[in-house]
Design a protein around this ligand. Structure first.
Ligand SMILES: [Zn+2]
Length: 249
């Protein structure tokens, strides 16, 4: 009997742990506060978001691409990145792009303590303000990892979690092929999509090459590019918003 109870308990623990693990990864659900992976709208609008950085080598290149296309994007920067490349981060703000908080040290945040979470977010926030950025600062968890303490803290300080619904350069099969990434985005794009790309690394040359093509081809299809705060103001903060949690799988 004892043996049976032990097995049942072990199975339960495994099932619950797997459930929590799955939830900690979810782009559409967290236990507290607001999480948005896509804006629900019939309008052909899309957000370009870039994680990590800035970077001494790539910031100018990305800013040039965006400026040539007359597109504003959202950069989820880390505190460490801003501290190391403060002038590059400042250039992003000066060019009129959105800045989001991507933690200070880019650690997985699912099982971190309250004090750790608080200091990671507050210290990064302070640096973002020192850049001269005055807009709303949304949050994106590194590797999308969050469980209880992080969402609880974010909710308490009224900060929204922004994830994504398209991530072309995280799909192994296509991450080194810019044409395939462009095709993937065109195939899967929906109004209100949030695209995530990593363009601040040497290893992500294919992503940087794909970027102008993605912008041009989406423009041809009638899409316009808004920052996350523009989308929030238009489709979330306004009275007439459609329920953002009503996201199709
Ligand atoms: Zn990241």
């Amino acid at each position: 009997m004892k043996r049976v109870l032990f097995i049942i308990a072990a199975i339960l623990i495994i099932v619950v742990s797997l459930g929590f693990y799955k939830i900690s990864d979810s782009r559409e659900f967290q236990f507290f506060g607001v999480i948005i992976s896509r804006f629900i709208t019939p309008d052909k609008v899309v957000a370009l978001t870039f994680d990590d950085g800035p970077s001494k080598i790539f910031t100018d290149r990305i800013l040039n691409i965006l400026s040539n296309e007359n597109v504003k994007a959202t950069f989820y920067l880390t505190g460490n990145g801003i501290k190391d490349d403060f002038d590059d981060a400042k250039k992003i703000v000066k060019a009129g792009h959105d800045i989001g908080n991507h933690t200070y040290s880019h650690k997985r945040m699912a099982l971190k303590s309250w004090n750790f979470v608080k200091s990671e977010i507050e210290n990064t926030e302070k640096l973002i303000r020192e850049l001269g950025y005055i807009g709303e600062i949304t949050f994106r968890p590194p590797h999308c990892k969050k469980l209880l303490i992080l969402p609880y803290y974010l909710n308490k300080v009224n900060k929204k979690t922004i994830t994504w619904n398209l991530e072309p350069d995280s799909i192994d099969k296509i991450s080194e092929n810019s044409n395939e990434m462009v095709k993937y985005v065109l195939k899967n794009i929906e109004p209100g999509s949030i695209i995530l790309m990593h363009v601040m690394y040497k290893s992500r040359e294919a992503s940087i090459c794909a970027l102008p093509q993605i912008i041009q081809k989406l423009k041809k299809r009638g899409y316009s590019f808004l920052t996350i705060t523009e989308l929030l103001n238009k489709y979330y903060n306004s009275q007439s918003r459609i329920k953002q949690t009503d996201i199709k799988p």
